[in-house]
Ligand binder design. Sequence first.
Ligand code: ZN
Ligand code: ZN
Length: 418
Amino acid sequence: MTTHQRTIVASIDPVKLDRLAEVAVRVGLQLREGQDLFLTAPVAALPLVRRIAEHAYKAGAGLVTPILSDEELTLARYRFAKDASFDRAPVWLYEGVAKAFSADTARLAIVGDNPMLLAGQDPAKVSRANKANSLAYQPALEKIAGFDINWNIIAYPTASWAKQVFPGDEEDVAVARLAEAIFAASRVDGEDPVGAWEAHNAALRLRTTWLNGERFAALHFTGPGTDLTVGLADGHEWHGGASTAKNGITCNPNIPTEEVFTTPHALRVEGRVVSTKPLSYQGTLIDEIAVRFEGGRIVEAKASRGEEVLGKVLDTDEGARRLGEVALVPHSSPISKSGLLFYNTLFDENAACHIALGQCYAKCFEGGGALSPDEIAARGGNKSLIHIDWMIGSNEIDIDGIKPDGTRVPVFRKGEWA
Ligand code: ZN
Ligand code: ZN
């Protein structure tokens, strides 16, 4: 490690970093005695990877297997690899990952790469590489999307990411500020983070219980530039915070998380909607998205920036133009109050109500665990290689719940629970 790297790591509070590792293992994963753990992380996140391994083994982990990525290695491919490389992915590796998931291995992802890493690269190559990767990852992703095993995503403040969020600061200052923002949003800035997560999960459960009792047929969003009716899938179920995987473990897949979410009906979305925050997608910033839905399908799409990439995303497959998720987040959420744009979906999606293009979550159905892909499709669940969240909420958004008989119930007023 160079002196510079040491300064960067020293700007991250070691006590809170250790609490984040503990929360990942004890709250995020609820790792079971004897369970193996597969984790991916940027190489810069090694200080957190080591602490997680320690907490995992203390919790009785069988085997902790990390795979680390590196920004320079990723860029080397774009600079020097042959063109045919961009239609390939390490299929053998993903097959192994799917096999590990089938054998009840838990999954942890640490995110923290520079969100603009690929901004200067050929969008066609980026999209081909993403597609090849998505295809290869599909068998493993199905086990994550189907919630077969306990999994968790957390974040680490790498220097390249911190400089995106705080461009005006020196690297060590930017890292310290991003670290504090991550710790606060992940609720590890207090003395009892595990207790704080229990209370937060209970508050989210109150919301999902109410929404599941109301049995809305649709949600109607109105605000500047937005008049959107999102039909909900038949037999949809709202989730949020902790939930139980098919292997019986109750875990918190996302840390942080502020959303309650469910599955829209792939064929019953009508109207116009605009994004309220930029979407950082694989190194490209897509800003001021404006789309129109007809029969659940996006028939018009514009963006003030990144429109070409948005167009490619929508052409990924048939399901890429339809919705797989609708999520409610109050404007007063701690992440929204921080006023920061993280350029990372894990954080930004928890600052505002959002919708996701693409694949739905099988667990967001009554009896979801037992439904076959055909049954999910018959209830209106969307299928796609992609799942991309973008923000449509703000302090100007009103939402009504519409019952099957047409009765309207206020759900949000001016961005807050009604
Ligand atoms: Zn979401
Ligand atoms: Zn999502």
